[in-house]
Design a protein around this ligand. Sequence first.
Ligand SMILES: [Mg+2]
Length: 126
Amino acid sequence: MNLSEYQKRVEDTWISNENDFIRIVCGLSGELGEICEKLKKYFRKDDCAEKEKKTSWFAVGLILKGEIGDLMYYIAKLCNEFGLDLEEILQENINKLAQRKEDGTISAKDINRKVQEIIDKWNKNL
Ligand SMILES: [Mg+2]
């Protein structure tokens, strides 16, 4: 199935009512929240200490797989609402990011610093 077919399947499976747009926005937020929640539990120190073995990173990926699919569903639905082609959006986005990398606008050092800042903040709040 390509992305265009996927967008059509989203319409086939969507049950429409007068609150479609609110449902899409809340769905996006909710599914992203589910991903964050699962990652939070993975990184939570206390949770890891209580369990004999920590869930592997690979297992977390398998858990997230379903949530990523749920999130994609709402992203595709949002695109449909605005008549946007998901494949075109992704192509334009990857072209932009590839150009930034080629231009040196973003570097691995910057990314590592930002990721470390997030991890530090995360650990501070646990
Ligand atoms: Mg979900």
